[in-house]
Write a protein that binds this ligand. Sequence first.
Ligand code: MOS
Length: 736
Amino acid sequence: MSAIAASTHLVGAGVDRVDGPLKVQGAAPYPSDVAYPNLVHAALVRSTIAAGRIKHLDTGAAEDVPGVLAVITHKNAPKLERGPMTLLGPSPQTPLQDARILHYGQYVAVVVAESPQQAVGAARLVELHYEPADALLEIDDLRGERRANPWGLDRHRGDVGAALASADARFDATYSTAINVNNPIGLFATVAAWDGDTVTVHDATQWTKTVQTTIAAIFGIPETDVRVHAPYLGGAFGAGLRVWPHVILAVLAARIAGRPVKLVLTRPQMFTGIGYRPSTEQTISIGATRTGNLVALEHRATIAIAMEDEFPEPVTLGSAASYACPNASVGDIEHRLNIPPPGSLRAPGEAEGNFALESAIDELAHQLGVDPLELRLRNYAEVEPQSGLPWSSKGLRECLTLGAERFGWWKRNPQVASMREGPWKIGYGVAQLSYAWWQVRCEARASISRDGTAFVRSAANDIGTGTRTVMTQLSAGLLGLELERVRFDLGDSAYPWSPGAGGSGLTTSVGVAVHAACHRLLQRFLDTVATDADSPLAGRTLDEVAVAGGRIHRRDDASAGETYSEILARHNLDDLTADGEGTPPDAAQLEVAPSGPFAAKFVEVRVDADLGLLRVTRIVTAVDGGRILNEKLARSQVIGGTIGGIGQALFEDVITDPNTGRIANATFGDYLIPVNADVPDIDVVFVGKPDPLTAIGTKGVGEIGLPATAAAIANAVYHATGRRIRSLPITIDQLL
Ligand code: MOS
């Protein structure tokens, strides 16, 4: 902590991305760029039915294509284990293990050929005949197996039934959200190269170490024989948190072909093979006093999940932590369908659950005639409402009040459909968000060389969020070095263990490990000179020194010190290295509720009175993200998240053929995402203070921008038009 304070000019500064120049020059190695001599290419064949089995399979024509090296199907694939349990639940199915089809788009063959064109051409010639079975495709299909509290995340307090029954005011409604697909610009790609019984994998993953562990388990080899590189990827939004079947198939194909294999997914394959935000149906019941104090809150969500898969999508969990309300019951129900396996998409669960909760709160406000912002402040959770413990830090009130001021909330005419400019009906909407806390044990290693440069590393990932940059800043601050003297590297499974870039938790997880590693490294320097009569630092403890300008000096006398280089040279050392581990705080023992980030979102929409056109014209987002390590990058995260929220609110909707399960709009031409013309200036303000639970004070900002956007937009649409839209996306036809 002391070292951070000493170097505040680096931490928090809006420095540019350290990898920016490489990226704009096209020199950053993305997995699809990786080349090997002798590289061959794989193409996938996908099931065209959603349920049933492969009755007949003929690969002869494909095998006869010039350049084809192998056609692998369930008939000739080796028996492979299923991947291991992970921090985020069990691994997805291992592909090509039997003739059963569980969803449309399931891989049924992989073709390996000298050129990508040969592989794709031959893949089309694989002949498949299916015996289809009745597919369960719709979330309201009552034949589907349903399971309550599937992930043990349901929360209950008080007596909701009794409180609802006796409440002065009561509100009930049903909401639904569509399937939204992770659509990073970078197509997911894997390059696998075996050397004897060891394999190197270059992958578009958010979690290098889970790819290593999973490939080792599935192929029955030691983890040390799997090396995974993931220095860059073209976005992911959560899609890279699981090890998907195509990764396994690339590794398998390379083993069978005896050559390095590159596999790049097509855009349609991205819609079925790398997870997505599943559809939900949600009911909310609220009981309140006449003056708008919540007395009961019930939130139930049905969430679509794939056959023989398990992945937590906690939709209602956030509702338990949102408001001071003595009686609450929130719970998830998974509903099994013949759909491609869902996975995380930025703010998984919260994105859907917050839409329902924050729409319902707005509806209650209108029902009671209370200003929607006022209603939120009136029910502000001063303590964590489920546990009753104090928050480790909470700046949501500041988000609400400062955000309102910046936006001009109080200029709003509370009357619905009362604000108009020419053909445009104007509406203001607000929503708030209490995001989940997530920090995972993580390791880092730090070295300083005789030339006075530092090298800090962890197996962590930078998915475009800026991990490399903020960890360079943090390391530089902790070691008292200029940025140019520090290299932070990641995305290599050979580096110390790190969790994935997910759950808005990586900055804190890695940051705490980097903090520990840098402090231990400083300690090693002090140990080295402990009995060194030539050193002005001899016998000094960490508390007695500070760092600046590549030099350790005494706190009580800045002139008494020496550089890292001087210490290393005098002791004949090339470098010193130290490992650090960051562990999540034991919150239970501290008797506080560890706090995630908080946000308030204010939106202005305009709806064309005649045409139903809906435009989002202003958005203010106020965020408590704890200590912000780099305001420029943090702002980018919130802007990007907000745009994802506009997509969820207005555009994104996977259309599934009810007969075959085929996704009818699996291209960028047909699946709509926001473009520049759909996105107004997005104003972001940070109001948080360093969170005291960790030495670095950060909270995650990777996902905080997304949820609350959809609800704020829907609430603004209601204010503009009097139309309450309870299903996402909000489309023109609903506004005519
Ligand atoms: Mo995120 S959906 O935790 O990458």
